[in-house]
Design a protein around this ligand. Structure first.
Ligand SMILES: Cc1cc2nc3c(=O)[nH]c(=O)nc-3n(C[C@H](O)[C@H](O)[C@H](O)COP(=O)(O)OP(=O)(O)OC[C@H]3O[C@@H](n4cnc5c(N)ncnc54)[C@H](O)[C@@H]3O)c2cc1C
Length: 396
């Protein structure tokens, strides 16, 4: 049996990008249908991002999704950089008067899903899209199969692909291989551990063995990473070896240990799709771009795309004008490439490439000293980290 649905905007993917877009569109009286292949429990239980930039937190609170980020999130006014035996604090508050919030992505997703349910338009979970069709017609479609094995066909005025880095919406827009791509010769070995925080702020450390990040999820669960070979087998190191590697990266701080309940190896990629629009189909979020996680930009950058496409869709449905739809790729790409640059810069400055020469290592230290000992260098880092103001102003 085939289920057919007609809506104004078909949104493929109930990640932060797709759900925030549906929320903002509804505020403007625009109907949308959000589908996701995963169950609600799976989406709400997947631990990913943790750092929410100041403008992203403001969007969530001002748009009425939730202000839990300000009550339950941890406000961080700075970060520490450890290198060459020394510690250097970047004081966001003193430099630019803003902070970031440690608020896990799955909590953002819980808030966004709760808002869709509260507004009477829950996402269609366990609906897997197989294809996005008819991009260049006035009625693009998402077709797929639900958990019961029934096929569905969502016909819309506009389809938005918010289906993450393995996007299928990208196929009609940009081709399966089109785009700008960079792979890194290192990745992160990450753990989730039951323990209290080891430090009041995040620690980014660069030692001779490479990078270590001491991060946090909340008062009971900590996230820590060390640089590794991207093809490393996650089970090839013992817990003791993991702790030794992490501890060596942050000499002078005693890491608070506890049971490690999740281990993963994260590959690093930078990617921007060759096109963000084909006819009536648009790409946003990780479907449009991927950044390595060092600058904590992915979800925050996805929100920028959401604000631009939301503004364009409001104008389109109010007036029939495609002017802002036409402008979407140009508008979104400005921040996308700045965020690509920032993430690439943080990544290359803080990691040690496997083939790095002694010259490369010493030059990197020179770069870290240049940034951390100059007020302007610190300010550049802080502005990017805390998050540039979003460009789309008319989003609500
Ligand atoms: C370890 C880690 C740490 C990170 N830390 C940060 C951080 O601190 N700050 C930050 O801003 N970002 C961070 N990120 C990046 C961030 O998680 C992503 O950029 C963000 O999730 C992108 O949101 P999205 O909505 O575009 O895509 P996703 O969150 O990937 O959502 C896409 C959704 O589409 C669904 N989907 C995919 N294909 C289909 C299909 N065929 N049919 C139906 N549904 C489909 C998926 O199930 C998924 O729910 C981190 C990422 C990782 C992995």
């Amino acid at each position: 049996m085939n289920t057919t649905i007609r809506t104004q905007v078909g949104i493929l993917g109930a990640g932060p990008a797709g759900l925030l877009l549906a929320h903002l569109l509804q505020k403007a009286g625009i109907d949308s249908v959000v589908i996701d292949s995963r169950s609600r429990a799976d989406i709400e239980g997947t631990v990913r991002a943790g750092i929410v930039e100041s403008p992203a937190a403001a969007v969530l609170a001002k748009s009425g999704v939730s202000d839990r980020i300000y009550t339950d999130g941890m406000k961080h006014d700075g970060v520490e950089f450890h290198f060459d035996g020394g510690r250097h604090r970047i004081d966001f508050n003193a430099l630019i008067g803003k902070s970031v919030y440690l608020y896990p992505q799955h909590e953002v997703l819980r808030d966004l899903i709760a808002a869709r349910i509260r507004d009477g338009v829950p996402p269609l979970f366990e609906h897997k899209a197989d294809a996005v069709l008819d991009a260049e017609s006035s009625c693009p479609r998402i077709v797929g199969t639900d958990a019961a094995g029934q096929t569905f066909d969502i016909t819309a005025d506009i389809v938005v692909g918010a289906d993450g880095s393995g996007s299928i919406a990208r196929i009609p827009v940009s081709g399966s291989r089109g785009g700008y791509f960079r792979e890194y010769p290192f990745g992160w070995y990450g753990i989730l551990v039951e323990a209290p925080p080891s430090a009041p702020e995040l620690i980014y450390s660069r030692g001779d063995d490479g990078f270590v990040l001491i991060s946090t999820r909340d008062k009971k669960v900590q996230r820590m990473y060390f640089q590794c070979d991207p093809s490393m087998d996650v089970n090839s190191v013992s817990d003791d070896q993991i702790w030794d590697r992490l501890q060596a990266g942050v000499a002078g701080i005693e890491l608070k240990r506890g049971p490690i309940f999740k281990k993963d190896v994260l590959r690093f990629r930078s990617f921007v799709a060759g096109e963000l629009r084909k006819g009536r189909v648009f790409l946003i979020g990780d479907a449009a771009h991927t950044v390595p996680p060092t600058g904590a930009k992915g979800m925050n950058l996805a929100f920028s795309d959401v604000l631009w496409i939301n503004q364009a869709l409001r104008s389109f449905f109010a007036s029939g004008s495609e002017r802002l739809l036409d402008a979407y790729p140009h508008n979104a790409l400005d921040r996308i490439w700045r965020a690509q640059n920032y993430s690439y810069w943080m990544t290359s400055m803080l990691h040690v490439a496997p083939d790095a020469s002694e010259f490369d290592k010493k030059r990197s230290l020179g770069e870290l000293y240049s940034v951390t000992t100059s007020r302007y260098g610190q300010q550049y880092l802080a502005e990017g980290y805390v998050g540039w103001e979003y460009g789309a102003d008319d989003w609500m």
